[in-house]
Design a protein around this ligand. Structure first.
Ligand SMILES: NC(=O)c1ccc[n+]([C@@H]2O[C@H](COP(=O)([O-])OP(=O)(O)OC[C@H]3O[C@@H](n4cnc5c(N)ncnc54)[C@H](OP(=O)(O)O)[C@@H]3O)[C@@H](O)[C@H]2O)c1
Length: 239
C-alpha cells in the first residue's frame, strides 16, 4: 500500500509512519523537521520518500506534492495546540491554530484528493475535544470541530468516487504536544496504542476512529445531554 502521512516527524504521525514502514508499506513521510525526515529516509531507503513543507503554506504544499503518483491512503495528521485565555482573547493565536490545523488540511486535500485511488482512504486527524466545549480549547477545539464537520461532509461528497473518509478523534496521547499540558490528562495512552487503533480503524474503513473508548464514550455521552447539564459537568471537572 502507498500511504502519505503529514506530521510524520513527531508523536502520533511518527509512530504511524514507522509502523506502516515496518510492515513493508511505501510511505510518503511529510513534516518540517528535516533531521527527522532524513533519519526516516536513511532507515527505510527502499520504500519511503520524504517531503519537507509547511502545511499551512499552499505554495509549499503544491511544490512538494504535485508530482506524486496515485496513493492508497492519506493521513492528514499534522497539527498544533495552543490554549486561549478567553478574558484576553488572542486573535493571532486563534488564527495560528486554525491555519495549521484546518487550512493545513485544506491545502493538502486540494493536492491529494485527485491522487487518492478509487477504493482509497483519507484519514483526517481531529480530536475528542470536538465533542464538547472545553474551556481554554476555544481555538484548538474549534479547529477540530471544523475537521469533524469537514470529514462528515467529505464522507458524503467523495462516496461516488469510492473514496472512504475517516474522522480520527483521539483522547490524550503521550507526545511532545501533550507533554506541554499543565493539567491532568485522564486515561492518556501511548503512541503505539494510538497507532494500532488508527491503523485498525482505517483498515476497517470506520467513519469515526475514537479512543481510548472508555474516555471518548464518556465525552460522547455528555455531549448528548442538554447544554446546561454539559456546562455544569464540565465546570465541575475543569474549573
Ligand atoms: N497528543 C494528543 O493527545 C492528541 C489528541 C488528539 C488529537 N491529536 C492530534 O494529533 C496530531 C498529532 O499530534 P501529536 O500529539 O503527535 O503532536 P506532535 O508530537 O507535536 O507532532 C505534530 C506534528 O505535526 C507537524 N506539524 C505541525 N505544524 C505543522 C505545519 N505547519 N506544517 C507541517 N507540519 C506541521 C509537526 O511537524 P514538525 O515537527 O516537522 O514541524 C509534527 O510532525 C495533531 O493534529 C493533534 O491535534 C493529538
Amino acid at each position: 500500500m502507498k500511504v502519505l502521512i503529514t506530521g510524520a516527524t513527531s508523536g502520533i504521525g511518527l509512530q504511524l509512519a514507522t509502523d506502516y514502514l515496518d510492515d513493508g508499506h511505501y510511505v510518503h513521510c511529510c513534516g518540517r523537521n528535516s533531521a527527522t525526515l532524513d533519519l526516516l529516509s536513511n532507515k527505510y531507503q527502499d520504500h519511503s520518500e520524504t517531503h519537507a513543507f509547511d502545511a499551512a503554506n499552499l505554495s509549499e504544499v503544491e511544490s512538494s506534492l504535485q508530482g506524486l503518483d496515485e496513493l492508497d491512503a492519506i493521513i492528514l495528521n499534522a497539527g498544533t495546540c495552543e490554549y486561549i485565555n478567553a478574558k484576553q482573547f488572542d486573535a493571532e493565536m486563534f488564527e495560528r491554530v486554525l491555519r495549521t490545523n484546518c487550512i493545513g488540511i485544506a491545502n493538502c486535500l486540494q493536492l491529494l484528493i485527485p491522487k487518492v485511488k478509487p477504493g482509497g482512504i483519507i484519514g483526517l486527524m481531529g480530536s475528542s475535544s470536538s465533542y464538547l466545549p472545553l474551556p481554554r480549547a476555544e481555538a484548538y477545539g474549534a479547529s477540530k470541530a471544523a475537521i469533524e464537520y469537514l470529514s462528515r461532509t467529505l464522507q458524503i461528497s467523495l462516496k461516488s468516487s469510492d473514496i472512504h473518509v475517516s474522522y480520527i478523534a483521539p483522547g490524550f496521547v503521550e507526545t511532545p504536544l501533550t507533554d506541554k499540558n499543565d493539567f491532568p490528562m485522564p486515561m492518556r495512552v501511548d503512541v503505539k496504542f494510538a497507532s494500532e487503533k488508527i491503523r485498525a480503524g482505517l483498515a476497517a474503513r470506520k467513519q469515526e476512529i475514537h479512543f481510548p473508548s472508555r474516555f471518548t464514550s464518556i465525552l460522547k455521552l455528555i455531549s448528548i445531554l442538554p447544554n446546561r447539564v454539559q456546562q455544569f459537568l464540565i465546570a465541575r471537572v475543569l474549573t
